[in-house]
Design a binder for this molecule. Structure first.
Ligand SMILES: CC(C)(COP(=O)(O)OP(=O)(O)OC[C@H]1O[C@@H](n2cnc3c(N)ncnc32)[C@H](O)[C@@H]1OP(=O)(O)O)[C@@H](O)C(=O)NCCC(=O)NCCS
Length: 156
């Protein structure tokens, strides 16, 4: 496993078309569908960063700020923000776009913690992050504080 990786090495962007079977009776997306897309995008980042099997251990601070409607395209952007020894904090942003009007809305941001596993399913050390841009450096500093708060909460 490499000792260091850049944020760009593992970032993921996926696009989903919201279909009728993704919706609730009000024709807006069912929250659990968005959550599964968020978990999947973040898992792919963690897999790319480590080259190992990974599991979700925590999902932090998820809120839905604007509705996503049937027919919208959802762009899910995920990037690694911070790493501990065996854990990784991944930030995910969901943007909805109406392809007819071009209207774009930032609907959700979430932070997920993943742990990399060795061949017997035990936590294993992950590569460090090289944060290059100002945004990556800011996310790293904020991610460090968030990861410490999550650790404190999970110990309670
Ligand atoms: C991942 C797993 C093997 C870790 O086992 P563990 O006994 O907690 O291991 P550790 O105490 O050594 O913790 C490993 C890392 O995870 C972090 N961690 C553990 N529980 C956490 C939690 N609830 N939230 C955030 N981080 C957590 C620890 O802080 C540690 O991070 P670090 O190495 O970067 O300091 C175990 O928690 C597990 O199997 N969980 C189920 C995962 C799963 O099935 N997910 C699918 C979705 S439900």
């Amino acid at each position: 496993m490499l000792k260091q990786k850049t944020v760009k090495d593992s970032q993921v962007e996926m696009r989903m078309l919201v279909m009728p079977n993704d919706a609730n009776p009000h024709n807006t997306i069912f929250g659990g569908v968005v959550m599964s897309w968020i978990d999947m995008a973040a898992a792919m980042v963690a897999q790319r960063h480590t080259g190992r099997p990974v599991v979700t251990v925590h999902i932090d601070d998820i809120s839905f700020k604007a509705p996503i409607r049937v027919g919208d395209q959802c762009c899910i952007k995920a990037a690694i923000n911070y790493v501990g020894r065996t854990s990784m904090l991944i930030g995910v942003k969901v943007i909805a776009e109406n392809p007819q009007t071009g209207d774009v809305r930032h609907t959700t941001t979430a932070y997920l913690t993943f742990v990399a596993l060795d061949d017997v399913g035990k936590p294993v050390a992950v590569p460090e992050i090289v944060a290059k841009t100002d945004d990556e450096k800011r996310r790293y500093a904020e991610g460090k504080i968030r990861a410490q708060e999550i650790k404190k909460k999970s110990k309670r």
